[in-house]
Design a binder for this molecule. Structure first.
Ligand SMILES: [Zn+2]
Ligand SMILES: [Zn+2]
Length: 566
C-alpha cells in the first residue's frame, strides 16, 4: 500500500507542458509540442505562405529548434489532416529529426507527395491510422476521432496522459450532411467529456461568425446552376484537396453530360490520390485528357483548375494570361472561383479576375446565395457545441489571431459554472504547464519563422532548409531593378542589378552583366499580358535568375525583383 502511494506520487510528479511552435496568434503554420516529463509528441507541422513583404521566399515554416534540441525525446509526429497549414513543414521537420509520422491515409498520401519532391520518401516512417484507432507513444495514449472539415480524413485527437485527457480538435466544422456521409464523431467526444477532460484545445478560425457554418452540400445548388446556365465551357477552380467539392462537380458533370478535365499539377495529383484511395468516385468515361480539352465542344466540357489564390505560377493564373498549354479562355466561357479569398491574396486574385474578365469570361466569385463556397471552419454555435460536449477543466483556444482566440475564450465563459477552471490565451512560444497542483503559464521557448526558398512552385524542390539568416549571411541578396514605361509597357534600358554580400564587383562583373541580359530576355519572351502583371513577372524573373546564378556561382542569394513604373 505504501509503495503504491509512493509510486502514485512519482507518477504525478512530472509536468505536462503544452508548447505551441506556430499557429497561435498568427494565421497558418500550425504546430505544437506536448511534453510529459521528458517525452514529447508533436501535433501537426504546417507552413504558411509568405506575405508580400517576404517576397523572395516561397514558404514559411515554424522554427523547430526546440524539437531539435530535445530530439532524443521526441516520440513522433501526429497529423490531424492534410491541409498545408498542418503538413506543409513535414519534410523540413523530418530533415531535422527523423521521427515516425502518424496520420490518416489521405493525409499521409499528401505528405508522401511532398516527401517525394524532397527525395525523402524512402527514409520516412509513415504509419496510417484510422478514426477510432488508439496509439501508444511513451506515456501518451492517442485516440483518433473523426471530424468534418473541408478536406476528407480529418481527425481530432484525444490524448490520455498520466495527468488527464487532452482533446485537440484540429480544424473542424460540424457538418450535419457531409457529402461522403461520414459524420463528425460527436459521440466519442461526448464520452470523453463525460469521463472528464483536463484540457481542450479548439479551432478558433471562425469564432467571429455567429450561428452555424453551412454544410459542404450547400454549394450543390450553385454548382448545378452553373451547369444549367453556362452555354459554353465551364471552368471551376477550387483547392485541389477539397475532395467534397470535386465530387459534387464530377456528379453534376455526369448528370449534365459534360466531360471533365483536371488542369494543374496539384489538381491532377490530388484527384488521382483521392481516386486511388476510394475517396473520389469518377464516373466511367467522364475524364478528358487536358490536351483534348480544346478539341471538345465547349458546351460539353468542364475544366477543374487549381490556383484559386492568384499564385503567379498556378494553373489558373496562367490561364488568365493565356499562357496555359491546355486551356484557353474564350468569350462566353464561365469561370467560377469556389474558394475563399485568403486575406493577403486579394490583390493577386482580383488581378487574375481582371485578366479573365478581359478575355470575355463570365467570372463567378465572392459571396452569393446559394454560396459558391462554404467555409471548412465551425462558426460560434459549433464551437460552443464542442465546448459544451467536452466541458474541460482548462481551455486553450488555438488556430487564430489573438483577437479570435480572445473571442473564443469569451465563448467559453459560461462553462465556469460547469467545471472550467481557467482559460489560457497562449501565443506561439508561450507554454502552459500542468501538474498535480494545477495549470499555469511556464517558461517561454524560442520559436520563430524560417523562410524557405525552394524555387518556383512548379519546379521540383531540390533542397531542404535554408534559414533566412544563413541565407543572407552566406549568400547575400540580389535585387534586379526593372524600369517599365507606364505608357508603352516596355523596359527602359537594361535592368540594373544591385547586390549585397553576394559577390565582389570584380568577381561578379561578368556574371552580373550576363544576369542583366538574362532578365532582359525573360522580359522579352513574355507576352504583353504577362508583362502587365507584376506578380507574374517578379516570379518569372526570380526563377530564371535563380537557376542562372546557381549554375554560374553555386550560390543561392535571396532574389527580390523590383519593378518600377516610370
Ligand atoms: Zn484545415
Ligand atoms: Zn488549418
Amino acid at each position: 500500500m505504501r509503495l503504491l502511494l509512493i509510486f502514485n506520487f512519482n507518477m504525478s510528479d512530472k509536468k505536462l507542458q503544452i508548447i505551441p511552435l506556430g499557429g497561435l496568434g498568427e494565421f497558418g503554420m500550425n504546430s505544437m509540442a506536448v511534453r510529459y516529463g521528458d517525452d514529447i509528441i508533436v501535433l501537426d507541422a504546417g507552413m504558411m505562405f509568405p506575405d508580400a513583404e517576404l517576397l523572395g521566399v516561397d514558404i514559411v515554416t515554424p522554427d523547430f529548434n526546440y524539437l531539435e534540441q530535445n530530439a532524443a525525446h521526441v516520440r513522433g509526429l501526429i497529423l490531424t489532416h492534410g491541409h498545408e497549414d498542418h503538413i506543409g513543414a513535414v519534410p523540413f521537420l523530418l530533415a531535422q529529426i527523423p521521427i515516425p509520422v502518424y496520420g490518416t491515409a489521405f493525409t499521409l498520401a499528401l505528405v508522401e507527395r511532398r516527401l517525394e519532391e524532397h527525395e525523402m520518401l524512402d527514409e520516412a516512417k509513415l504509419h496510417t491510422v484510422k478514426p477510432g484507432q488508439k496509439l501508444q507513444l511513451g506515456p501518451f495514449a492517442i485516440e483518433f476521432i473523426h471530424v468534418t472539415h473541408s478536406i476528407v480524413h480529418c481527425v481530432a485527437l484525444a490524448i490520455t496522459t498520466p495527468l488527464g485527457v487532452i482533446i485537440h480538435t484540429g480544424d473542424y466544422k460540424v457538418d450535419p450532411t457531409p457529402t461522403d456521409n461520414e459524420l463528425f464523431d460527436l459521440h466519442t467526444l461526448a464520452e470523453y467529456g463525460k469521463r472528464g477532460v483536463l484540457l481542450l484545445m479548439s479551432d478558433s478560425t471562425n469564432v467571429d461568425r455567429p450561428g452555424y457554418t453551412e454544410s459542404e452540400r450547400a454549394v450543390g445548388p450553385r454548382i448545378e446552376d452553373l451547369f444549367v446556365r453556362s452555354p459554353r465551357r465551364l471552368v471551376i477552380s477550387c483547392f485541389s484537396s477539397s475532395i467534397h467539392r470535386l465530387q459534387q462537380i464530377l456528379d453534376f458533370a455526369d448528370e449534365y453530360g459534360r466531360k471533365v478535365a483536371f488542369i494543374g499539377r496539384s489538381m491532377i495529383n490530388t484527384s488521382e490520390i483521392a481516386h486511388d484511395l476510394g475517396l473520389l468516385r469518377i464516373p466511367n468515361g467522364i475524364l478528358l485528357r487536358p490536351q483534348d480539352l480544346m478539341q471538345t465542344a465547349p458546351s460539353k466540357t468542364v475544366a477543374i483548375v487549381s490556383g484559386t489564390q492568384g499564385e503567379p505560377m498556378s494553373a489558373l493564373s496562367r490561364v488568365a494570361v493565356d499562357n496555359n498549354k491546355h486551356l484557353s479562355i474564350e468569350p462566353g466561357d464561365c469561370v467560377a472561383l469556389s474558394a475563399r479569398i485568403i486575406p493577403g491574396n486579394e490583390k493577386a486574385i482580383y488581378r487574375m479576375i481582371n485578366h479573365l474578365s478581359r478575355r470575355g469570361a463570365d467570372v463567378v466569385y465572392g459571396t452569393m446565395n446559394p454560396p459558391i463556397h462554404v467555409s471548412g471552419h465551425g462558426s460560434a454555435e459549433e464551437l460552443r457545441l464542442v465546448l459544451n460536449l467536452v466541458r474541460p477543466k482548462y481551455f486553450v483556444p488555438i488556430h487564430g489571431e489573438y483577437r479570435q482566440m480572445a473571442r473564443h475564450a469569451k465563448l467559453a465563459q459560461h462553462l465556469s459554472y460547469l467545471g472550467l477552471e481557467e482559460t489560457f490565451l497562449l501565443e506561439s512560444g508561450d507554454t502552459l504547464e500542468i501538474d498535480s497542483d494545477g495549470a499555469r503559464k511556464g517558461e517561454p521557448v524560442t520559436v520563430g519563422r524560417v523562410c524557405i526558398d525552394s524555387g518556383t512552385l512548379d519546379e521540383v524542390v531540390e533542397d531542404i532548409v535554408i534559414r533566412d539568416r544563413r541565407h543572407l549571411s552566406e549568400d547575400g541578396f540580389v535585387l534586379p531593378i526593372i524600369a517599365i514605361d507606364k505608357h508603352t509597357g516596355h523596359c527602359e534600358g537594361l535592368p540594373e542589378i544591385v547586390s549585397r554580400g553576394f559577390m565582389s564587383m570584380e568577381d561578379g562583373s561578368t556574371v552580373m552583366q550576363e544576369a542583366r541580359q538574362l532578365v532582359m530576355k525573360t522580359l522579352d519572351s513574355s507576352t504583353p499580358e504577362e508583362r502587365s502583371d507584376w506578380g507574374v513577372m517578379q516570379e518569372k524573373i526570380r526563377a530564371d535568375l535563380k537557376r542562372f546564378l546557381i549554375k554560374q556561382t553555386s550560390r543561392r542569394p535571396l532574389i527580390m525583383p523590383v519593378i518600377l513604373e516610370v
